[in-house]
Ligand binder design. Structure first.
Ligand SMILES: *Cc1c(COP(=O)(O)O)cnc(C)c1O
Length: 387
């Protein structure tokens, strides 16, 4: 399916219902055991062939429909679903890295991805090194002959630096490495990763694609068959199945994703602007704001921002005070993740997560949900009064 508008792509798919049973939703196909019509069909089955069952673990028409739709949204060709965003990250690493290889990760990378890098380094004979997310073309100096993979995240989901993706891709490709992008923040809507040069796009569908704070799922999207085949081998060998019920929940949410994303975006900018004017807040880390590191890259490469941003409190406030602020909020749940209807807040000890973090104030991240922005602002105002 090829259409020009992402919003239309979110609604239409190529699923063909059985004759006489036409309706919009994709049915939920459950299967662990699958049946072959005869021995010859069983013997000729290829688990990579998505037009027929070979085993339930390799997918059903429900999961294949979701894969096709996600690939279309990213303007990719291939998609593999994983049981979580982190599992999708692991699929990429285990498919593309082996003993003796080197992987580069941004220093602001999603923390479980950093933890996976630590494990690869400790037990698998792979080196994982961390680079300044604002390094841009300077990453050329870090490339080694055994550097096979460069992870990027745009922006980093806690400290919000927006990298210079085209410059990083150019340098990585010149040195023979592949570039993977964690495109969760943009949901594949606000950043067209392949256009900027990345080879692999990973998304946590747990966020905007689900939209319900109730599903864990990830996706790995590519454009080249040979690369997809390497990823598919890891997907198969690691047993990465996804339930058809969960896939259905994501399919059900996709048509509204762009509308939700735009609503999160508008409300988040309103709340962030209000926070920026407050004397308690030293910095607002929102990629659409001029003082966010990498704002110029956001402006050049992105078409939107979604609901996630962070603030740094003025250094005169202790963690005890900012914890009190967080605890006092009534409309913000204290929770990780984002992309659901409910607003969330989370304080981070960035100094412990980052080797190059400068600044003393406490960082607090907000996910602005779909509530009325003025109600959220009123809640924040009463919270700030308790600092
Ligand atoms: C949530 C998230 C993930 C992981 O997704 P899970 O489904 O929770 O494992 C990966 N990267 C980013 C940037 C995320 O926000």
């Amino acid at each position: 399916m090829k259409t020009t508008s992402p919003q239309t792509q979110l609604i239409h798919d190529a699923y063909q219902p059985p004759a006489g049973f036409a309706a919009f939703p994709t049915p939920i196909h459950h299967a662990s055991t699958v049946l072959f019509k005869d021995v010859a069909a069983m013997r000729s089955g290829d688990w990579k062939d998505k037009s027929a069952y070979t085993y339930g673990l390799h997918g059903t028409p429900t999961t294949f429909t979701l894969e096709a739709r996600l690939a279309a949204i990213e303007d990719g060709q291939f998609c593999l679903l994983a049981p979580s965003g982190l599992a999708a990250i692991a699929m990429v690493d285990f498919a593309l890295l082996k003993s003796g290889d080197d992987v580069l990760l941004p220093d602001n990378v999603y923390n479980p991805n950093r933890e996976l890098g630590r494990w690869l380094s400790a037990d698998f004979g792979i080196t994982a090194r961390y680079y300044d997310p604002m390094i841009g073309a300077g990453i050329a100096q870090l490339m080694q002959p055994n550097t096979k993979l460069v992870w990027t995240e745009a922006p980093g989901s806690v400290s919000m630096e927006v990298p210079d993706l085209p410059a990083i891709c150019k340098a990585a490709h010149a040195a023979g490495a592949l570039v993977a992008l964690d495109n969760t923040w943009s949901a594949g809507l606000a950043l067209r990763g392949f256009e900027h040069g990345v080879d692999i796009i990973m998304q946590a569908l747990t966020k905007y694609q689900s939209g319900g704070s109730d599903v864990l799922m990830g996706a790995v999207i590519t454009r080249e068959r040979a690369l997809n085949d390497r990823l598919a081998m890891a997907h198969m060998r690691l047993g990465m199945g996804v339930s058809a019920d969960d896939a259905y929940l994501v399919l059900r949410s996709l048509p509204t994703m762009q509308l939700r994303f735009a609503a999160h975006d508008a409300a988040a900018r309103k709340v962030a602007l209000w926070l920026k004017a407050r004397p308690e807040i030293a910095r607002v880390l929102h990629p659409a704001f001029a003082d966010c590191p990498g704002h110029e890259h956001w402006k050049r490469d992105f078409t939107g921002a979604g609901g996630l941003f962070s603030v740094v409190f003025d250094a005169r406030y202790s963690e005890e005070q900012t914890d009190r602020f967080v605890d006092s909020l009534a409309l913000f749940g204290i929770g990780y993740s984002w992309g659901g209807a409910n607003s969330l807040v989370m304080p981070y000890r960035v100094q412990a997560m980052r080797k190059d973090w400068k600044g003393a104030g406490v960082l607090v991240r907000f996910n602005i949900g779909l509530e009325e922005a003025d109600d959220l602002i009123a809640d924040l105002e009463q919270g700030l009064a308790r600092l």
